[in-house]
Design a protein around this ligand. Sequence first.
Ligand SMILES: NC(=O)c1ccc[n+]([C@@H]2O[C@H](COP(=O)([O-])OP(=O)(O)OC[C@H]3O[C@@H](n4cnc5c(N)ncnc54)[C@H](O)[C@@H]3O)[C@@H](O)[C@H]2O)c1
Length: 479
Amino acid sequence: MSNVVNGDAEVSGESYTNNLTHTVSASFSISSSPVATYTSPSPGKAGSLLARTATRTSVKQLKPFATEDIKILLLENINKTGRDVLTAQGYQVEYLKSSLPEDELIEKIRDVHVIGIRSKTKLTARVLREAKNLLVVGCFCIGTNQVDTQFAAQHGVAVFNSPFSNSRSVAELVIGEIIALARQLGDRSSELHKGTWNKVSSGCWEIRGKTLGIIGYGHIGSQLSVLAEAMGMTVIFFDAVNLMAMGTAKQVPTLEALLQGSDFVTCHVPELPETHKMISSQEFGQMRTGSYLINASRGSVIDIPALIDAMRAGKVAGAALDVYPSEPGGNGDYFNNELNSWAEDLRSLKNIILTPHIGGSTEEAQSAIGVEVSEALVRYVNEGATLGAVNMPEVNLRSLTMDEPNHVRMIYIHHNVPGVLRKVNEILGDHNVDKQMTDSRGDVAYLMADISDVSGSVIKELYQSLESLSSRIVTRVLY
Ligand SMILES: NC(=O)c1ccc[n+]([C@@H]2O[C@H](COP(=O)([O-])OP(=O)(O)OC[C@H]3O[C@@H](n4cnc5c(N)ncnc54)[C@H](O)[C@@H]3O)[C@@H](O)[C@H]2O)c1
């Protein structure tokens, strides 16, 4: 194997690679990363950084080693936008349309550094234990329940997802449902599908001038607020924290005030113990007679038998549900009493729109998820940034520049035990640590340090010293 010139420093590739192979493949070449195609995000900023920063040539693109050595397995028909981001980096990308049975998955995962999945692939402890080269998991979806994230963290494997790429899709669905409920569109359409002409105006309303009450004013709730005001609605919202209102929306101090003041109530809170059945009999009693309820958040938020009672009593004039306490694992005739004991009562109600958890299911959302998760994977592999990781502390350092050719970035994922930083800093302390950041999440801590003016042999020494500490989970070197 030849020596490779890295900026000003000449490094002996053979000896070096022997000591780095626990996270990388055997093939080795140190790259000086001469072409700056993107930069690290500044802390707190995720998203389309690759394209936005493409022209900033002063930034040095870090790499763990030759990018063609990075092996990526993408399962479950990951959107092309995501595949494109990864192949553009020069990584070896294998793409499969389906998920894999566990034994096949174990065979494949042994070899890869990155795996991209959606909701069907289960990355259990049994599977992850075999993934000796794995650096990072990308969940190209919202949820991460399919991954044993704690086991992954304990073994130095970061997990990323895309929680907010579909916020707009949900907000638009809710706008459609507000009008559909006010005009009883679901009932009129299904009557006519059965051949019945039923032209009525009684109980049908315009939404202009009506009040929309939003419970949970986060990514989706605030998008919805803007759309609803544009359609002539008055918006009030209730949230656990004080928030800046969009447009002329007003925050109300209690859930009761929201329920009493709204013609339409829509829920956009996370699933938490506090939000479990947060709309039940008492809350239906506080709603205006003839008002409407929409839930596209989580199924546990509404007490559905209480909703059925409120609709039968005429208290609630219509409802739209996209999420349920139990949801089937696949498509088919599963929405029945076996799944949820009240399913058939719910189905029999008038003016109720029932959708199969499609709030975020649009082409645009899939495409945005593809880009967001792939970019997070690239940032993690190339620069070590954990911004947005669901199982690691969020750590990032500002980018190195082309004027810093002999700098190295050390990443040390370790058990969060007393005295560990003293030992790490004893190792790094003799060198010029330009910048350093560390944070912990539970038992796992993540340290990044940029060190200037180091030769190949010093990098090797630093690497070996960190590797020999008993607190070590994973050590990585980027340059
Ligand atoms: N139907 C779908 O396909 C779909 C798609 C995406 C998201 N979702 C769900 O929508 C919900 C909202 O998502 P988001 O991205 O807007 O979340 P978010 O985290 O951006 O916002 C949630 C808001 O709820 C508030 N909140 C938390 N607990 C509360 C409480 N007890 N009372 C009042 N407010 C409270 C938070 O302060 C926050 O402002 C989540 O449950 C998410 O899982 C559903």
